[in-house]
Design a protein around this ligand. Structure first.
Ligand code: FBP
Length: 554
């Protein structure tokens, strides 16, 4: 019996590289573009990054390398939530390093930034990498959410780097981790330490996106995985014709994942948090609009449908946003006092005394399990863990109440049976699509080219992602270019601006144009599973978001 598995077959996949990288690092030349400036707050950011601000944009071309020959010991970390393709960033980095000099060494620090601070590492070998090529997950070295931001941590990292003779560190992470990469690069430059820092844009959420980063890696695979699942549910719904499915999708604050999945599958309803915020829609209004879609379909004999809800929605509903902010302040100010209260009535007493009357009214209309979820521990950044709040259940119960009222008034006579789903972890460690496998490998390869040419404080970039790999362009962009000043935890901080869904952007506009029809009719699309082998138009297709963004630019 043959025992080929997708895993074993994927080990043999050769990720495609942009043309300028295909002949190996010895044949990559560099061109510098214009000096860069930050998104906004230029004077302030220049002052905070005196050694790494204003550097030039970098492009790689085919040509003889002029990078100085030098042995490298590079440390790499994976930071934050898993995103498909992380292993390939490491594989691309490893292959480029070894192609440049077989004696180069790659150290993988375990469990995210804390591994770097605590000098917990493995030496990455060819055998190691071979066991993880083109696979999902971050298990080659693990990941973590420790923030790398204090001088004390930087000092420890410097000691670890000195001990190993490290020349560079590659940080594979989201907006916050890349912000910290820029701060670390500035710290090393200010202390005249010869350690370069390069970032790679990771997150399924798709919110690390700007003029220079067309997409973060993992978004493509995660959306395709969720779209397959949603499509399967739609087909089941359209067969059984008896359930309304409420599906919450990961993505933290931004609704990019929900929007892309809606474009892929055409649900009856897809909420977009950014739109809810823009119009200040209240919970009541959101429930009413879903209920009206349910009632309209019921008139046509369709007592089934699909509602897609972005994970972070709850934080964008004005009254809940206010409630969460008040709970955050109350929990932060109470120290351990609140956590020590075991009895629910005692907790309620505490909250009633601390929250405004308006917020307490909102809290009181929420079902008990949602109330409890809102009081759970915050993440290390002090944020509510939105992935753990069952917004899908909250909304379906509010819609149920609305429909009951409509029934009593004779305005609705259908059946409303609901099922709930939350898709998040199902997609974060999936086998990367060809797009993510190629993109990630290219990001890792490019990261080494940036290091070889001596750059620090840069993010590895691949442009023209909406075209085939043959047209991709490898390069680097100073991270400070992507920054602005934001108020975080009571202080003004330089950060990479998080990209939320642009309500005037082509993907949202397309959705807005079609959603009325999708709400009433059954227009479901069934994308099926990600294809790894077969015709290129199937296997290498990008997201609809990227395609629409491209069309709107051309
Ligand atoms: P990052 O890429 O920003 O780390 O987040 C990815 C993510 O999957 C979010 O979509 C989600 O809200 C969060 O991680 C869940 O966190 P955890 O893995 O800690 O449960």
């Amino acid at each position: 019996m043959s025992c080929s598995t997708l895993q074993s077959l994927r080990y043999g996949y050769s990720p495609k590289l942009p043309v300028m990288l295909r002949d190996g690092v010895g044949s990559v030349s560099v061109t510098e573009g214009e000096k860069t400036h930050s998104e906004s707050d230029q004077e302030k950011i220049k002052e905070l990054f005196p050694n790494t601000y204003g550097m030039k944009e970098v492009y790689f071309r085919k040509g003889d390398s002029t990078a100085p020959a030098r042995k490298h010991v590079i440390g790499v970390i994976l930071s934050g939530g898993q995103a498909p393709g992380g292993h390939n960033v490491i594989a691309g980095l490893f292959d480029a390093m070894k192609a440049s000099d077989p004696d180069n060494i790659l150290l993988g620090f375990k469990g995210g930034p804390s591994g770097l601070v605590n000098d917990d590492y493995i030496t990455i070998t060819a055998d190691n990498v071979a066991a993880y090529r083109n696979t999902g997950g971050f298990d080659i070295i693990g990941s973590g959410r420790t923030k790398l931001e204090t001088d004390e941590q930087f000092q420890k990292v410097a000691e670890v780097a000195k001990k190993h003779g490290m020349t560079a560190i590659v940080i594979i992470g989201g907006d916050d981790s890349n912000t910290n990469a820029a701060v670390l690069a500035e710290y090393f430059a200010a202390h005249k330490l010869p350690i370069q820092v390069i970032g790679c844009p990771k997150t399924i959420d798709g919110d690390l996106k700007n003029d220079d980063i067309e997409a973060s890696f993992g978004f493509d695979t995660a959306c395709k995985t969720y779209s397959e699942l949603i499509g399967n549910i739609m087909r089941d719904a359209n067969s059984a014709k008896k359930y309304w499915h409420f599906i919450k999708l990961m993505g933290r604050s931004a609704s990019h994942i929900a929007l892309e999945c809606a474009l892929q599958t055409h649900p009856n309803v897809c909420l977009i948090s950014e739109e809810v915020q823009e119009h200040g829609y209240h919970l009541n209004q959101i429930a009413e609009s879903i209920a009206s879609s349910v009632a309209d379909r019921a008139k046509m004999g369709c007592n089934f449908g699909v509602v897609v809800i972005p994970e972070g929605l709850i934080e964008f509903v004005p009254e809940v946003k206010k409630l969460i902010a008040e709970i955050n302040d109350t929990l932060a100010a109470s120290g351990d006092k609140f956590a020590e209260l075991i009895d629910w009535d005692a907790k309620m007493g505490f909250l009633t005394a601390a929250l405004s009357e308006e917020s307490m009214d909102v809290f009181n209309i929420l079902p008990l399990d949602i109330q409890q979820q809102l009081l759970m521990d915050r993440d290390p950044h002090g944020n509510v863990q939105v992935s753990r709040i069952e917004t899908e259940k909250l909304l379906s119960s509010l819609v149920g109440k609305k429909l009951a009222e409509m029934k009593a008034e004779g305005r609705y006579s259908g059946k409303f049976s609901t099922l709930h789903h939350f898709f998040g972890y199902e997609g974060r460690a999936a086998f990367p699509s060809n797009f993510d496998a190629d993109y990630c490998y290219s990001l890792g390869y490019t990261a080494f080219c940036l290091i070889a040419y001596g750059y620090t404080g840069y993010m590895s970039t691949i442009r023209h992602l909406d075209e085939g790999v043959g047209k991709w362009e490898a390069g680097g962009m100073p991270i400070t270019k992507m920054m602005d000043m934001e108020r975080r935890g009571g202080h003004d901080k330089p950060v990479i601006k998080k990209a939320l869904v642009d309500l005037e952007g082509a993907p949202f506009m397309y959705f807005a144009k079609h959603r009325k029809k999708w709400a009433l009719e059954t227009c479901f699309r069934y994308p099926g599973a990600i294809q790894y082998f077969g015709p290129s138009e199937l296997c290498d297709a990008t997201t609809i978001t990227l395609q629409l963004e491209k069309e709107s630019r051309s």
